[in-house]
Design a protein around this ligand. Structure first.
Ligand code: ADP
Length: 159
């Protein structure tokens, strides 16, 4: 049984992310969701807001923690005493990037491996950016997000 780190931007957390978190929490002793702070993309939600949203949707999972981090992912994994990194794979396009990322991480931190969970078919098309784009044009986002998160996105777009 291992401690896993699931890193990402989570801007905002989608049902696809939640599915990966729930499935990893069943196979890992502990899952630490790492919210990336210094993102090159300009995020819709602050790190604090993203962490709080993740805390809300994972409150029923006792072995899941949520933390913000910046800097190198492998340094964060070491700080957390993590054994593995969890990433979700949706499509071929994810595969190339994820392969590069995991191989680079293994060179700089050989003791940390990456485990990939394939997306739930229901959410294979889903990404935070698509959700934000739909919300920007006042489309219905209720099929992609937890109701509380969907409410926060709508509020943010109207602000
Ligand atoms: P990043 O900016 O690091 O890609 P994201 O928040 O977009 O951060 O995604 C975090 C992780 O969740 C990545 O491994 C990504 O592939 C995975 N992921 C995102 N959306 C889905 C989904 N719908 N199904 C499965 N995995 C997903």
């Amino acid at each position: 049984m291992a401690t896993a780190v699931y890193p990402g931007s989570f801007d905002p957390v989608t049902l696809g992310h939640q599915d990966i978190i729930e499935r990893s929490s069943k196979i890992m002793e502990k899952v630490i969701v790492g919210v990336l702070r210094n993102n090159s993309k300009s995020p819709l939600f602050s790190v604090k807001e993203r962490v709080n949203m993740l805390l809300d949707v994972t409150s029923h999972l006792p072995n899941v923690e949520v933390r913000a981090f910046d800097g190198l992912l492998v340094d964060f994994v070491r700080q957390c005493r993590g054994d593995v990194i969890i990433r979700g794979l949706r499509a071929i396009t994810d595969f190339e990037y994820e392969l590069q990322l995991s191989q680079t991480n293994r060179v700089i931190a050989p003791e940390v491996d990456t485990i990939f969970l394939t997306t739930n078919l229901k959410y294979s098309y889903l990404s935070s950016s698509i959700v934000k784009e739909i919300a920007m044009y006042h489309g219905d986002i209720s099929a992609f997000l937890h109701p509380d998160i969907a409410h926060k996105v709508r509020e943010k777009m109207e602000a």
